[in-house]
Design a protein. Structure first.
Length: 774
C-alpha cells in the first residue's frame, strides 16, 4: 500500500510527477479555498453517524437531505474530471468511453492535522462496501471503483442505480459530498437496454430532484450550450435556478477563433448562480500521468494568458468553482439547519417513544417485581375506569365500557321483555283445554286456579332464557373490556399477557356461575309460588268484571249472527297486550247445544260452570233457559236402536271451538297479563342487579387481589416477564439509536450556534445572489 504525503508545493509536485510536467506548468498551484470551517465537518460527522444506523432508520433519516453536490452532464462532458480537480486527487475512472456507470457518492472529509497521529498528514479513502479498509493509494481506489462498478453494472457498458459510497479523508479537501453520476446518453451501446436514456435520466433525477441537492450542470465548451442536456435537466428540477451552477469544460479545445465568454457571462442561458469555466486534463494528459497540481497551474496560466477572459476572474478556474460552491453550501446549510434539527428531533422523539414502549431492562428481582406489580395495578385500574366510565381514552364516537353494559341492560334486555306478550303463545284453545283438563271428569263448576298457575308458570319460565342471554352478553362485554384495558407495557411480555387473559377469563367465568344460579333461582322462585295476593295483581273478581263488561259491550253493539262467525275468529287469535280491550264477543253461539253436548258433555251441567271463583259466569245470550233441553230427549225418542259410540281417538281435543268458556278465557288472559307484568318487572329489576353484583362489581373489586395471589410470585417473575429475542434486540438497537440521535442533536445544536454566529462569506462579489433554499 503506497502512502503519499499530500501535495502542497511546487517542489513536491515535481517530485511526484515523474518529470512529465511541461515548463509552462511548472508554476505553484493556486491555493485551494478551504471551506466549511466548523460547519461542514460536523455535517459530515452527522452523515457518518447516520451511515452507522440500521437500514430502516437510515431510510427515515435520508429525509434529512443533507447538502450534497451532484455532477450532471452528457457522456464524456468532463464530470469526473471536474470532481477530481475539486478533490485534487486522481482516483476516478475517466476516458472517452462511458466510465461512470453507477452513482458514486463521494464524501470528502477535511481532517485537521493531528501531530503524533500515525495518519497525520495522510489521506485515504474508505468504501462503505469495504468498511474498515483504508485505501492510501488512490490508484487502488480507482481500481476498486472499477471492480465494484463491474460487479454492480456488469462488464459491458451496463448502468446500475446502486450507489458506490466512498469517503475520502484528507487535510486537503473540501468538506463536501459530491456525487458523480452516469452521463446522459441517447444511443444504447453494449449491454445497455433500449431505454438507457430514460433509465439514466431517472437515476440522475433521483438525486437532483432533492431540494437539498446542488447541481453542477457540466457542458463542454465545444458543444452548443443552448441544447445542453445538463442545463435542461437541471432546469426541470430547479426552475428558479437557485441551486444550479453551470460548469463549462474543455475551454482549451474550442475551435480556433471561438471562446466561452458569452457562456460564462450567461448571455446565452442566464443562470442565477452563474457559470464557471474550467480546464481539466485532456486524455493525453491522463495518458501521460500529468498531475492535477500541474493541470491547475496550467489552467491558471491559460486564463491569465487569454485576454478574452480578463474581467471574468470569478468565473474562471477550479478554485473559483470551489469558492462558489462553498458559499452556496454555507448558505444552504444555514437555511436547512433548522429543518434538519426539527427532523432529527422528530426522529429522536419517535425513537424515545419506541424505547419507552419497549421498556426498561430489568436487572434484579426487585425491579421485576416492581414492573409486574405496576402492570397488574394499571390493568385493574384501567378495567375499573372503563366500567365506571372514567377511562382517559373515552370515545366520543361510540359507546364503550360501562355504557355498553347499561345499553345491554336497558336497551336490549328490559326493552325485549317489555315487548313480550305473555299471551302470544297461549291460544284460546290452550286455555279452554287447560280449564277442561283441570276439572277432570266433571264439568267445571268453577274456573279452577290450576290452569292459571300452569299457564302463568309457563310464561314465567320464558323469562329465563333472555335473562341468561343478558348475563352472557355482559360476560362477553367484560372479556372485550379486559382486552381493551391492557396496558401498553404488557405487550412486551407475551407470557404475562396470556396469563392475565387466562386469570381474567377464569375469574369472569367463576363470577358468572353464581350470577347464573341467582338468575335461575329467581325465575324458579317466581314459578314456585304464584302470589295471587300481590297488591298489584288484578285478582279474579276484578278480571271477571272487566271480562263481563267487555262481553256485554261487544254484544250490545253487534248483531248476534254476524258476531258468531267473527267471534270464532277472534277467540282463536290472541289479543295482544295493546288489544286487551278487544276481547272476543260472547254474544254469538253458532253451535247447537246438541253439538256442544257431543263434544264436551252435558249442557245443563255446563251452565253450572258459570259460577266460579271469579264470580258468576252467567253471560247474556247464553242462559240455561235459553237452551233447548228438549232437543236431546227428542233425539233419544227418535232412535230406539242401539247407539254406537265412536271410539275415542288417542289424541282428544274438544270438538267445540270458539264458544266455550269465552268469559273464562278473557279472565284468564287478564290474569296472565297482570301477573306476568308483576314478574317481568321483578326480573327486569333483579337480573341486572344480580349480574352487577356477582360479575361486574366482583371483578372490579377483587381482580387485583386475584392477580397478586396467582401471578405476583417471585418464582414466576422470570417466566412471566419473558420477552421475545426480537424485542430484546430491538430494545438494544433502539437504545443505541437513542444515543446516536442524542449525540447527533447535540452536535447539530453546536452547528446551529456556530452558523448563527457567522455571517455569509464576503469572499465573493456576488454574495448577494446566493440562494436561500426553502
Ligand atoms: N482537453 C480537455 N479534455 C477534457 C476536459 N475535461 C475532460 N476532458 C477529457 O474528456 C474525457 C471525458 O472526461 P470524463 O471526466 O471521464 O468525463 P465524464 O463526463 O465523467 O464521462 P462519463 O462519466 O463517462 O460520462 C476524458 O478523456 C478527459 O480527459 C477539458 O477541460 N479539456
Amino acid at each position: 500500500m503506497g502512502r503519499k504525503k499530500i501535495v502542497t508545493t511546487v517542489e513536491q509536485v515535481s517530485d511526484v510527477d515523474d518529470g512529465v510536467l511541461l515548463p509552462d506548468y511548472n508554476q505553484p498551484p493556486p491555493p485551494t479555498p478551504f471551506i466549511g470551517g466548523s460547519v461542514i465537518p460536523i455535517v459530515n460527522k452527522l452523515q457518518d453517524i447516520f451511515a452507522s444506523l440500521g437500514k430502516d432508520q437510515q431510510e427515515q433519516l435520508s429525509k434529512l437531505k443533507l447538502p450534497q453536490v451532484a455532477v450532471v452532464g452528457g457522456q464524456s462532458s468532463g464530470k469526473s474530471s471536474v470532481l477530481e480537480a475539486l478533490v485534487r486527487r486522481d482516483f476516478l475512472p475517466r476516458g472517452c468511453d462511458i466510465c461512470t456507470r453507477c452513482p458514486l457518492v463521494l464524501q470528502l472529509e477535511n481532517r485537521p492535522s493531528l501531530p503524533g497521529d500515525e495518519d497525520d498528514g495522510l489521506e485515504w479513502g474508505e468504501f462503505r462496501h469495504l468498511p474498515g479498509r483504508k485505501f492510501y493509494d488512490f490508484s487502488e481506489i480507482c481500481r476498486e471503483i472499477q471492480v465494484e462498478t463491474e460487479r454492480e453494472a456488469g462488464l459491458n457498458k451496463g448502468v446500475s442505480d446502486k450507489e458506490i459510497r466512498l469517503k475520502v479523508s484528507s487535510p486537503n479537501v473540501l468538506n463536501i459530498t459530491l456525487i458523480d453520476l452516469p452521463g446522459i446518453t441517447k444511443v444504447p451501446v453494449g449491454d445497455q437496454p433500449n431505454d438507457i436514456e430514460a433509465r439514466i435520466r431517472e437515476i440522475i433525477n433521483s438525486y437532483i430532484r432533492q431540494e437539498t441537492c446542488i447541481i453542477l450542470a457540466v457542458t463542454p465548451a465545444n458543444s452548443d450550450l443552448a441544447t445542453s442536456d445538463a442545463l435542461k435537466m437541471a432546469r426541470e428540477v430547479d426552475p428558479a435556478g437557485s441551486r444550479t451552477i453551470g460548469v463549462i469544460t474543455k475551454l482549451d479545445i474550442m475551435d480556433r477563433g471561438t471562446d466561452a465568454r458569452k457562456f460564462l457571462l450567461g448571455t446565452i442561458i442566464p443562470l442565477r448562480l452563474g457559470y464557471v469555466g474550467v480546464i481539466n486534463r485532456s486524455q493525453e494528459d491522463i495518458n501521460k500521468n500529468r498531475s492535477i497540481a500541474s493541470a491547475l497551474a496550467y489552467e491558471e496560466q491559460f486564463f491569465r494568458d487569454n485576454p478574452v477572459y480578463n474581467g471574468l476572474k470569478n468565473s474562471c478556474g477550479i478554485q473559483h468553482l470551489a469558492r462558489k460552491l462553498n458559499q452556496v453550501l454555507e448558505q444552504h446549510i444555514r437555511v436547512v439547519l433548522p429543518n434538519l434539527r426539527k427532523e432529527l428531533n422528530n426522529q429522536f422523539v419517535t425513537v424515545a417513544k419506541e424505547g419507552h414502549a419497549l421498556g426498561e431492562v430489568m436487572e434484579s428481582k426487585t425491579e421485576q417485581g416492581a414492573i409486574l406489580l405496576n402492570i397488574l395495578t394499571k390493568y385493574c385500574e384501567a378495567f375499573s375506569a372503563m366500567v365506571d366510565g372514567k377511562s382517559e381514552n373515552l370515545s366520543t364516537t361510540e359507546l364503550s365500557g360501562g355504557a355498553r353494559i347499561h345499553y345491554i341492560f336497558q336497551s336490549i334486555f328490559v326493552k325485549s321483555l317489555e315487548e313480550v306478550d305473555p299471551c302470544d303463545e297461549v291460544t284460546d284453545e290452550n286455555i279452554r283445554i287447560a280449564i277442561q283438563n283441570a276439572t277432570g271428569p266433571r264439568n267445571a263448576l268453577f274456573v279452577p286456579e290450576v290452569p292459571f298457575e300452569i299457564l302463568v308458570r309457563r310464561q314465567i319460565s320464558r323469562l329465563l332464557d333472555p335473562s341468561l342471554q343478558c348475563l352472557q352478553h355482559v360476560y362477553e362485554e367484560l372479556i372485550k373490556m379486559s382486552h381493551d384495558c391492557e396496558p401498553e407495557e404488557v405487550k412486551r411480555f407475551p407470557r404475562l399477557r396470556r396469563q392475565l387473559e387466562d386469570v381474567t377469563l377464569k375469574f369472569l367465568h367463576d363470577g358468572s356461575k353464581p350470577a347464573e344460579r341467582m338468575i335461575t333461582n329467581m325465575i324458579e322462585m317466581e314459578m314456585g309460588y304464584i302470589n295471587s295476593s300481590h297488591p298489584n295483581f288484578i285478582g279474579g273478581k276484578r278480571a271477571l268484571e272487566i271480562a263481563v263488561e267487555h262481553v256485554r259491550a261487544s254484544q250490545d253493539g253487534r248483531d248476534v249472527q254476524s258476531n258468531a262467525s267473527e267471534m270464532g275468529q277472534m277467540s282463536q287469535s290472541n289479543p295482544s297486550r295493546s288489544d286487551i280491550g278487544a276481547f272476543p264477543n260472547q254474544a254469538g253461539q253458532p253451535q247447537s247445544n246438541g253439538e256442544r253436548t257431543a263434544s264436551i258433555g252435558n249442557s245443563t251441567t255446563r251452565t253450572w260452570g258459570i259460577s266460579s271463583i271469579f264470580g258468576s259466569r252467567l253471560t247474556s245470550g247464553e242462559t240455561s233457559s235459553s237452551r233447548e233441553p228438549g232437543k236431546t230427549m227428542h233425539d233419544i225418542n227418535q232412535a230406539p236402536s242401539i247407539i254406537h259410540l265412536t271410539e275415542p281417538p288417542s289424541l282428544l281435543r274438544p270438538l267445540e271451538r270458539g264458544t266455550e268458556y269465552q268469559t273464562e278465557i278473557i279472565v284468564m288472559k287478564l290474569l296472565l297479563q297482570s301477573y306476568y307484568d308483576i314478574v317481568r318487572k321483578n326480573v327486569q329489576d333483579l337480573v341486572p342487579k344480580a349480574i352487577m353484583h356477582f360479575l361486574v362489581n366482583d371483578i372490579r373489586r377483587d381482580l387485583l387481589g386475584i392477580f397478586i395471589k396467582k401471578l405476583y410470585r417471585e418464582s414466576l417473575f422470570e417466566e412471566l416477564l419473558w420477552e421475545h429475542d426480537d424485542d430484546v434486540l430491538k430494545r438494544k438497537q433502539t437504545g443505541e439509536m437513542f444515543l446516536i440521535l442524542q449525540q447527533a442533536i447535540q452536535t447539530l445544536d453546536k452547528v446551529v450556534a456556530d452558523v448563527s454566529s457567522t455571517t455569509p462569506s464576503s469572499d465573493t462579489n456576488d454574495a448577494s445572489i446566493l440562494p436561500r433554499f426553502h
